[in-house]
Write a protein that binds this ligand. Structure first.
Ligand code: AMP
Ligand code: MG
Length: 311
């Protein structure tokens, strides 16, 4: 069995795939093709993607899409209409107004923001399961799957690897990590996955998790942000105000079996303060850790034997 790694620059991030297989390069070619196909169809930054066809037809007509995109939009809608969730997949017009993470990011005016708020309403996304079509009722509405898509892609890649009898792999979609099978050469079979520090550059870690067949997804305010006049604006928005959510969170990491579950929760919980997040995690039986802006770390009980910190 050979070990091979590939770095792929797409979806505005660096993706790393590690596989153990007799023909790892063929497997990696397949994964790369899958990722490029997802990017082509699901991107909110490519005018010709299937997602953007839906957005461009807002207020005009329903668009028939592939089964997988329809499924993901349906899941995103259900999460968005759930009460108390910060997750709202119709946030697109606000995301595009701020452009955080892009060179032309800016702080919009209050009136620009207010103008967009009536467009942010998941109830105005009409799904027709028979037609497999999506219709945005109001012109100017935009779906943004940025808070859920990478988790979904990671799960799809894992399924692809398992179909091809890959017994060991790590899928890292720019900080969303999903492991497959056991870690070769480790007595406990567990992969060692670094937990990114929210305060330092990539690859600075605050601890190491030992996991097997598990996903770790992190949402943080330092991942993508924009500094202006001494204020730092991050990329997760409050759908009621149109401004980045204000609280004491620096990052939320969720451990789960499926990566999409972690992806949804990290964004959905981002509306709360660190203490509230950790309480909800305990109530809902979610494994995770939270770091506040002052550097305080909170962790769910079950992770005590999973995550180790520096000596
Ligand atoms: P994540 O890093 O998974 O929390 O996703 C953040 C991305 O989701 C942003 O870059 C936006 O594209 C999008 N987004 C921002 N705010 C929200 C929100 N309140 N609900 C859903 N998606 C959002
Ligand atoms: Mg997310």
């Amino acid at each position: 069995m050979k070990r091979a790694k590939r770095e792929i620059d797409t979806m505005g991030t660096i993706i790393n795939i590690l596989v153990y297989h007799d023909h790892p390069d063929d497997i990696l070619d397949g994964v790369e093709a899958l990722l490029l196909d997802f990017n082509k169809r699901f991107s909110a930054n490519d005018e010709n993607s299937d997602l953007m066809r839906i957005n461009r037809a807002a207020g005009v007509k329903p668009i028939v899409v592939d089964e997988d995109l329809f499924w993901l939009i349906k899941r995103a809608k259900n999460v968005s209409i759930a009460t108390h969730s910060a997750f709202n997949f119709t946030i697109g017009p606000i995301v595009k107004l701020w452009r955080i993470g892009f060179d032309d990011a800016r702080v919009p005016t209050d009136s620009e923001i207010k103008e967009k708020l009536p467009l942010i309403n998941p109830h105005n996304v009409v799904l027709d399961a028979n037609m497999q079509s999506v219709f945005l009722r109001k012109q100017g509405m935009e779906i943004d799957l940025g808070a859920i898509a990478k988790g979904y892609f990671a799960d799809r890649i894992k399924a692809y690897l398992l179909e091809r009898q890959v017994s060991s792999a790590v899928i890292d979609l720019g900080g969303n990590v999903l492991t497959v099978g056991s870690a070769p050469g480790r007595a406990d079979n567990k992969w060692r996955i670094g937990i990114q520090s929210p305060f330092e550059s990539r690859n600075q870690i605050i601890g190491v998790a030992s996991i097997e067949d598990s996903s770790i997804v992190t949402s943080g305010i330092y991942e993508r942000h924009y500094e202006k006049n001494g204020t730092s604006y991050h990329h997760i928005f409050d759908s009621k105000t149109g401004y980045p959510i204000v609280n004491d969170l620096a990052s939320v990491s969720i451990f789960s079996e499926a990566s999409i579950t972690g992806e949804i929760w990290t964004t959905a919980l981002f509306v709360y303060n660190a203490i509230e997040v950790i309480n909800i995690m305990q109530q809902e039986d979610i494994s995770g850790l939270v770091i506040s802006k002052t550097g305080k770390l909170y962790m769910s009980e079950d992770l005590r034997d999973v995550v180790s910190f520096g000596q």
